[in-house]
Every structure is written in C-alpha cells, then in structure tokens.
Design a protein around this ligand. Structure first.
Ligand code: CMP
Length: 235
C-alpha cells in the first residue's frame, strides 16, 4: 500500500507540536524515519510492549485503549492528524501504557526516540509545546471524568465534540466527524451500543447533529454550551 506523500521537514514543522523547531531540527527528527499507510483496526503500539520509537499520525484517526481485568475495552483517547503517540514509553524508557489502534485508514510516521528526547532537553520552546500537549490531554480526561455520571446525551455530545476537534488539523468543534461504528462512539462515551444508538437518533431528530456525506456534524453549539461542554464565547 502506498504511504502517500512523504513527510518532509517543512510539513513536520506545520504540526503545532513541532512548529517552534528549525527546519534543520525537523530534519534531524526525521532521520531514518519510516512512513506507512494502514487500514482500520491495525495495532501500532501494544500495551506492555517495550517501546523505543514514537509516531506522528499524518492522517486518519486512532484510538488509545486498554482492557479492564474483566476484558472490557476502555477508550482513553482518540488521536487525529498531527497527533503524536508512543512518546510516553519512548521518554520513560519503559513499557507502552496502552494500545494504539487505527479507527480509519491512517498514515503514520515512526521516529527514533533519541533525537526527540535530545530536543526536549535542549529546546525550551519545544519542551513547552510538549507540556501543553500533555496538559490538553489531561484536561480532556478531566472533563470526561467529571461527566462520567452525567446523562447519556451530555456524554455523547462531549464525545462527538472531542472527535470533531481531533478529526481535522483545524481543531474545530464544527468539523466533520468520520462516521465511526456506534460501538466506537459508545466506548468513547462510556455508553452501551443501544444507548448510543438511541441517543444519536434523538440528537439527529432535534437537529443538534446532522449526518452529511458519510460524516456527522454538530450544528447546535448551544446544546454543548448549556451542558458546560463549550465556553460561552462560542455563542
Ligand atoms: P506509550 O505509553 O508509549 O504508548 C501508548 C500511547 O498512547 C502513549 O505512549 C501515548 O502516546 C498515548 N496515550 C496514552 N494515554 C493517553 C491519553 N490519555 N491521551 C492521549 N494519548 C494517550
């Protein structure tokens, strides 16, 4: 399968995390990189494996998942274009903390950990961008934690907004969300498939979301604002 246009130092530089680096530093990061294209349901990183590389997701979406001791799948996060994964084990020199699995067709680039770690130590602006990415991940998890006992509509709307922001590089809540299987949506929202299906139908019939060209779009931002899922400034 062709891996699409090669990731150049210039295109790496356009990804927010790497935007403070010079073209020469991006070139060092890309030394001996491997770019590949994959179908949905491919596992790139396996929980408990030893990990010495990190990855840039160039296109498509992937989920970060683990399993409970009862064998139930838990989706911790969804990654989209421009996201980095595998950096935790690469930086800690330890095991992978979760599986990372493609949800859609994806293009990924595998990078060596050493140059990444060296740049984090040497470049305060790069370390700051990385800290902001980690803070955003924590903020996302905090919100999902805070609403875990909220009603199904709130949880599903939050997951849809989260997916919209992650599905394109412009990071907008109004971006098109790829039509993922309802099971995936339910896993992200922590809802059963039946509740997910019922709640989605309700949101569609109210016009809060619409299905268009194989995507979902959030049309009514007030539904998010009144549930505290989006600041008032979006009104
Ligand atoms: P690593 O532990 O090497 O392998 C699994 C990867 O999943 C991890 O690095 C991170 O890149 C990513 N990951 C783990 N937890 C989260 C999270 N809560 N949000 C986003 N990404 C995560």
């Amino acid at each position: 399968m062709s891996a699409g246009p090669a990731l150049t130092p210039e295109s790496l530089n356009e990804i927010p995390l790497f935007s403070t680096l010079s073209p020469a530093q991006c070139e060092v990061l890309l030394e001996r990189h491997l770019q590949s294209k994959h179908a949905p349901d491919q596992t790139f990183v396996l929980e408990q494996d030893w990990g010495e590389s990190l990855f840039v997701l160039c296109s498509g979406m992937a989920k970060v998942r683990t399993y409970t001791s009862d064998g139930d799948e838990i989706v911790m996060s969804v990654l989209g274009p421009g996201d980095v994964f595998g950096e935790m084990a690469a930086l800690e020199g330890g095991h992978r903390s979760a599986d990372v699995v493609s949800l859609t067709p994806v293009v990924v680039v595998k990078l060596r950990a050493n140059p990444f770690e060296a740049l984090i130590s040497k470049e305060p602006s790069f370390a700051m961008s990385f800290a902001k990415l980690m803070a955003q991940r924590l903020r996302d998890l905090n919100l999902r934690f805070a609403i875990q006992s909220s009603d199904a509509t709130t949880r599903l709307l939050n997951s849809l907004a989260y997916l919209a922001v992650r599905s394109t590089k412009d990071k907008q809540v109004t971006s098109a969300i790829p039509l993922l299987a309802q099971r995936e949506l339910g896993l992200l929202a922590g809802l059963s498939r039946e509740t997910t299906s019922r709640t989605l139908s309700k949101l569609k019939s109210k016009g809060t979301i619409v299905e268009e060209n194989d995507s979902l779009l959030i049309k009514d931002l007030n539904a998010l604002i009144k549930r505290g899922l989006l600041p008032n400034s979006h009104r």
